[in-house]
Write a protein that binds this ligand. Structure first.
Ligand code: URA
Length: 230
């Protein structure tokens, strides 16, 4: 890859700005200052300001999304992208969330610049289990366990029933639900439909990733190995 392409790919600067960076000797390859934007280099061979290129093989992280921020690049108010290092937001391809969590849902959220990974994870064929912990403003009826597991539970306005979901009731107004798909506001709509509107909602597992094992404060993220999903 050309050094100017590399610099813009990983979010350091635009291709036009690369010459300035090189003039100041900020980029080295195998310890030698790179002079020309057209020089070829592999990301792992290069240091920028003495530091290796971040996520040279693609960016895969999981964030503990705090309440109150939106999974969007363009809405008003606080965005999940405001929590990330600025350089990530200049990467090309862009860093995106893998699916979305509602503004008032917290917990595990994958982010990547790998479009193929993003599509594979969100594909309806994939069925990666996602576990949500919730509290509700009214007790969850015990019949909901069988209703949600049946594969016949139809949400208002939809034609296809929800895939079987595992509901665990853990207290009068608390529980967990495991979904194998991701429909719009799905947990909130399912619980509201059985008379138990959601008060709090947190995604605590995505496939092999468990919030409890990751030790992430709200707003913190950690790199993951995407092969754990294959
Ligand atoms: N279900 C919801 O209702 N909201 C989310 O954010 C995720 C799943």
């Amino acid at each position: 890859m050309r050094v100017d392409a590399l610099m813009s790919r990983f979010g350091y600067c635009s291709r036009r700005e690369v010459a300035q960076w090189l003039k100041r000797g900020r980029v080295t390859r195998h310890g030698v200052v790179v002079k020309s934007p057209s020089e070829k280099a592999e990301p792992h061979e290069v240091l920028v300001d003495g530091e290796p290129v971040e996520f040279p093989g693609g960016l895969y992280v999981v964030l503990n999304k705090p309440l109150g921020c939106t999974c969007s690049h363009k809405e008003d108010g606080e965005l999940v992208y405001d929590l990330l290092p600025e350089q990530w937001l200049r990467r090309n391809p862009a860093v995106n969330t893998v699916g979305r969590l509602d503004k008032e849902t917290s917990g595990l959220l994958l982010l990547t610049d790998d479009g193929a990974f993003e599509h594979a994870q969100t594909s309806p064929k994939r069925h990666v289990p996602k576990v949500y912990a919730f509290t509700t403003s009214a007790p969850v009826p015990t019949e909901a366990v069988a209703q949600f597991a049946s594969g016949e539970f139809l949400l208002q306005g939809e034609r296809t029933p929800c895939l079987p979901a595992e509901l665990e009731i853990l207290g009068e107004c608390a529980g967990r639900i495991t979904l194998h798909e991701g429909r719009y506001h799905q947990v909130r709509r399912m619980l509201a439909a059985v008379g138990a509107p959601v008060v709090t909602l947190e995604r605590i597992e995505i496939g092999p990733l468990k919030l409890a094992d990751l030790n992430l404060e709200p707003g913190e993220w950690v790199e993951i190995d995407p092969s754990i999903f294959s």
